[in-house]
Structures are given as structure tokens and as C-alpha cells.
Design a protein around this ligand. Structure first.
Ligand SMILES: Cc1cc2nc3c(=O)[nH]c(=O)nc-3n(C[C@H](O)[C@H](O)[C@H](O)COP(=O)(O)OP(=O)(O)OC[C@H]3O[C@@H](n4cnc5c(N)ncnc54)[C@H](O)[C@@H]3O)c2cc1C
Length: 332
């Protein structure tokens, strides 16, 4: 059987990978996305829990750069996203009023959003890239099934430590300065609890409490967000510090701790049905690469992208994916 060949292979179908692939397709480049999971989205994930659904990864996004604002304008016009709020309460009675800038969420949750962005793209699911080499003027990527994928250029979007692991195995030598900057990138983990509950949680408008300095930083009602029509499901995020400290504890211990912490916002006597714990090992980059992407010929056209390159958030992933696509296009 002949091995598949593309102009560009994008490793990873998260937001950075999807954005890069879309941009290259618009430039008439043949792109294949190889995604290790059976879903697109990466850290954009909407998970089934009991009779409901919950956003387990990214919860909302903000807009800073004009390029991103333009893209968000298209998403708004296309009915993919909506303005959810202009600020969050910290849960105290004297809670701050919403401030001025918009926070956006996705209709049906961010998993649905990612699937809608991916529409029409060539995505190969459950394909984990395990090896990279460059011979005869082309990249060769081997995957977990033993298949070999060929391309002229590659864009790598997994969390940076995973990408470095792939490149080490490939003996691809990045310039020493770049290597040093990439090795300095770390990610905070996040423990995410999802709880299906009887009755409505007593969370302030729009069904959210955010407390960046507390052990639990985020509590959100997915029903009020419009993600879960079938049941009340609450998303709970632990702080980076608590997530690190409790990361290896059993699911039961973590969920019991979370439930105790969020008790004031749950309906009195309300039964908790299904509960699930999602462990995100690379949730939010803590140290960033000083640039929107890293691109070069090492030895063929390649680019590294993701939220560690432009900002630890959805906007950063999008802008990085766009920058990587443009930088690679110039090198093809
Ligand atoms: C709990 C949590 C809460 C967050 N909250 C917010 C928020 O409210 N607002 C906000 O703006 N941002 C938030 N973020 C951050 C946001 O989700 C990320 O910035 C963004 O989704 C990152 O996209 P990415 O494409 O760079 O990376 P990822 O989404 O991590 O995508 C990388 C992809 O590569 C795939 N992959 C990895 N290795 C391989 C391999 N070897 N072969 C093939 N595929 C591979 C992965 O499966 C994944 O799909 C949150 C993140 C988490 C985890």
C-alpha cells in the first residue's frame, strides 16, 4: 500500500492545529491533520455526564488582537459563538459587578465548536505520531499503527514538552537558543470535576463563580450556559497549586474534596448523581515562547505552534496557528 502524502501534515487537532490547517487550505495547500484522540479540540472538550453535558477544558474566551477580533466576528455571524458575559462574580455577597470586556462561549459547548471548525478538513483520528524523520527531501512521520505519512512541511502543535520528545526521537536539531527557550516552557495542570446534580446551583449571573486566588478557581453551571439542556451539570476547576498537589490522588478523594469546597453553591439537600474527574496535565502554559510560532528549515520546512507561543489561552492558540501556517507557506 502506498503511504499517504500531503503538502503539509499538522500534528494535533486542537485549536492551533485546526486554525493552521484551515489557513493553509485557503492557500490551496493539501493538508492532513493527524490527531491522537478520536475527537478534535484537544483542550476544547465537551463531555457527556449522566443526562447532561459539560465543558471540561476551556470555559470562555476573550479577544485582544484585531486579527482575532475579525475571526470572532465571523464566528458570531456564523452562529458558532455568543457573548456570554462581561465579567464574573467572585461569589461574595459584595461581589464585583461585571466589568466591560466581553467573554464568549460556544453554542453547544467548545467540543461542538471544535467539530464545527473542523468541518471539511482531512483529519485522521486516533493517529498518534510517534516518530519523525527527514530523508529524500521530505518529512516522514510514523504513527502508532505503523503507518508512514509523507509531507513537504510539518506543523507540530502538541504541548511543547511532547513536541520536544518527538523531535528528540527524530534527532531533529533545533538551534540551541530556540531549544533553550522551548525547554523553559512549563504548563500548570488542572483538575476538573464534573457533577450532575438535582436542582439548580445557586451561582450568580450568568451561572458562574470565578475566584483566581482560591483553591477552587472556577464553578460554572452548564445548563445556564446552554451546554446541557438535559440535566444540571456543574464544572469545577481546582487552582494550579491545588491541582499539582492533588494530581495523583484517587478520583474519589479529589471529587469529595471538590464537592465540599463547592457546597455553598449547591442546592440544599440536592443529590449529586454522576461525577467525573478530568485530569489535564498540560492545562495552561506558565512560561511562554517569545513569538507567535517557531519556524525554520531543520532540515525541512517545519513550524511549532500552540498556546505556549502567543498566550496561554484560546486566542493565543488561534494566533499561533495562523502565524505557523503563514511562516510555513513561505518555506514550501
Ligand atoms: C481546564 C482548562 C481550562 C481552560 N480555560 C480556558 C479559558 O477559560 N479560556 C481560554 O482562553 N483558554 C482556556 N484554556 C486553555 C485553552 O484550552 C488552550 O489555550 C487551547 O485550547 C490550546 O490549544 P492548542 O491547539 O494549542 O493545544 P491542544 O488543545 O492541547 O491541542 C493539541 C492537540 O495535539 C494532539 N496531540 C498531542 N500529541 C500528539 C501526537 N503525538 N500525535 C497526534 N496528535 C497529538 C492532542 O490530542 C490535542 O488534540 C483552558 C485549558 C484547560 C485545560
Amino acid at each position: 500500500m502506498k503511504s499517504p502524502k500531503a503538502d503539509v501534515i499538522v500534528v494535533g487537532g486542537g485549536l492551533a492545529g485546526l486554525t493552521a490547517a484551515r489557513r493553509l487550505s485557503e492557500l490551496n495547500i493539501r493538508v492532513v491533520i493527524l490527531e491522537s484522540s478520536d475527537e478534535v479540540g484537544g483542550r476544547l472538550a465537551t463531555i457527556r455526564i449522566g443526562n447532561g453535558w459539560a465543558d471540561a477544558g476551556a470555559q470562555f474566551f476573550t479577544v485582544r488582537a484585531p486579527e482575532f477580533e475579525q475571526m470572532v466576528g465571523q464566528w458570531l455571524a456564523g452562529g458558532l459563538v455568543f457573548e456570554w458575559s462581561r465579567g464574573w462574580s467572585n461569589g461574595s455577597p459584595a461581589s464585583s459587578l461585571p466589568d466591560s470586556y466581553p467573554r464568549y462561549a460556544a453554542y453547544g459547548g467548545f467540543g461542538t465548536f471544535a467539530r464545527r471548525l473542523a468541518k471539511g478538513m482531512d483529519i485522521q483520528y486516533s493517529i498518534r505520531v510517534v516518530g519523525i524523520s527527514h530523508t529524500d527531501n521530505e518529512w516522514k512521520l510514523s504513527d502508532n499503527t505503523g503507518q508512514l505519512w509523507h509531507s513537504t512541511g510539518i506543523i507540530l502543535t502538541p504541548p511543547v514538552s511532547q513536541t520536544l520528545g518527538l523531535l528528540d526521537a527524530a534527532t531533529v536539531w533545533l538551534p540551541a537558543k530556540e531549544r533553550y527557550l522551548l525547554e523553559a516552557i512549563t504548563y500548570a495542570p488542572c483538575l476538573c470535576g464534573l457533577f450532575e446534580i438535582d436542582g439548580a446551583p445557586s451561582l450568580p449571573e450568568p451561572g458562574v463563580v470565578q475566584r483566581p486566588a482560591a483553591p477552587i478557581t472556577w464553578i460554572a453551571d452548564n445548563r445556564r450556559k446552554g451546554v446541557s439542556s438535559g440535566a444540571s451539570v456543574v464544572t469545577v476547576h481546582a487552582s494550579p497549586w491545588e491541582s499539582r498537589r492533588r494530581y495523583s490522588m484517587t478520583k474519589q478523594v479529589v471529587l469529595e474534596w471538590m464537592l465540599k469546597e463547592v457546597q455553598p453553591w449547591l442546592p440544599r439537600g440536592g443529590r449529586v448523581g454522576n461525577a467525573q474527574l478530568v485530569r489535564w496535565p498540560y492545562a495552561i502554559p506558565e512560561t511562554l515562547y517569545p513569538g507567535r510560532c517557531l519556524a525554520g528549515n531543520w532540515p525541512g520546512p517545519m513550524a511549532l505552534a500552540g498556546d505556549a507561543f502567543d498566550g496561554p489561552r484560546m486566542e493565543g492558540a488561534v494566533l499561533s496557528g495562523m502565524a505557523a501556517a503563514d511562516a510555513l507557506f513561505e518555506r514550501l
